[in-house]
Unconditional design. Structure first.
Length: 259
């Protein structure tokens, strides 16, 4: 049985009810995990209010602002976890961002600023958060991030985000190697295209989804719940021998040679 009772899980990246992070949080809650939720703060507090209302049914015991471009907020988040929980068992990293202008057009015209921003938020942040989580995972743990096929193959309009996902997947391997002796596992889920706030910035996202529905072996794309179920599995003792891996949850699309 998949049981996360007694496990403390920090979930990042929930923006609205279409977020993959929201699907993951729901499944972790269903499996019995004690949740902490972070949100990206803004000056008017709109995101805080929006996310707080959404996650209220999950009864999170921590609800914290955490902008990964703000070192003090990261430190504050994990210090609060140490004070309130004492330990952390699960870290869910669902953070990615690139400027819309860098998600279309000619890849060679990617700006230095845009490249650095995409890599910092989408890839470096996993290193940051894992490093902060490491001393709190005193009983071992599971760190999970979200990738996409565009990190290993060319996907139209994915551009600089593909580079960021490639870096993210390599981060998973290096972190798994470092943290393995502490029984901390690090894995990525490479999900099929799902219509989210983040994916809406990618030009032609609906065409991509329809293409997967036509070509993938299951003749459909996947749901937030399916990705959430995989994250719950990877968070549990059922996945105790799995680390450093990228698991495709994409209705089988990744195996197809032509489409």
């Amino acid at each position: 049985m998949l049981n996360l009772t007694g496990k403390n899980a920090l979930v990042t990246g929930i923006a609205n009810n279409r977020s993959i992070a929201w699907g993951i949080a729901q499944q972790l809650h269903q499996a019995g995990a004690n949740l902490g939720i972070t949100y990206l703060p803004d000056e008017k507090g709109r995101m805080e209010n929006k996310v707080a209302e959404l996650v209220a049914p999950l009864n999170p015991s921590l609800f914290l602002p955490c902008d990964v471009q703000n070192e003090s907020q990261i430190q504050s988040t994990f210090e609060t976890i140490r004070e309130k929980w004492g330990k952390l068992d699960i870290l869910i990293h669902c953070l990615a961002f690139a400027k819309k202008d860098d998600l279309s057009g000619e890849f060679s015209k990617t700006t230095r600023e845009g490249f650095n921003l995409a890599l910092e938020v989408s890839a470096y942040s996993l290193i940051q958060l894992s490093g902060a989580a490491k001393p709190l995972m005193t009983e071992g743990g599971s760190i999970i991030t979200l990738s996409y096929l565009g990190g290993v193959r060319v996907v139209p309009n994915y551009n600089v985000m593909g580079i960021a996902k490639a870096a993210l997947e390599m981060n998973v391997r290096y972190l798994a190697s470092e943290l393995g002796p502490q029984n901390i596992r690090v894995n990525a889920i490479s999900a099929g295209p799902i219509r989210t706030l983040a994916s809406s910035a990618v030009g032609g996202i609906l065409d991509m989804i329809h293409h997967v529905e036509e070509v993938a072996p299951l003749r459909r794309t996947v749901t937030q719940t399916e990705v959430g179920n995989t994250a719950a599995f990877l968070s549990s003792d059922l996945a105790s021998g799995i680390t450093g891996q990228v698991l495709y949850v994409d209705a089988g699309y990744e195996i197809m040679g032509m489409g």
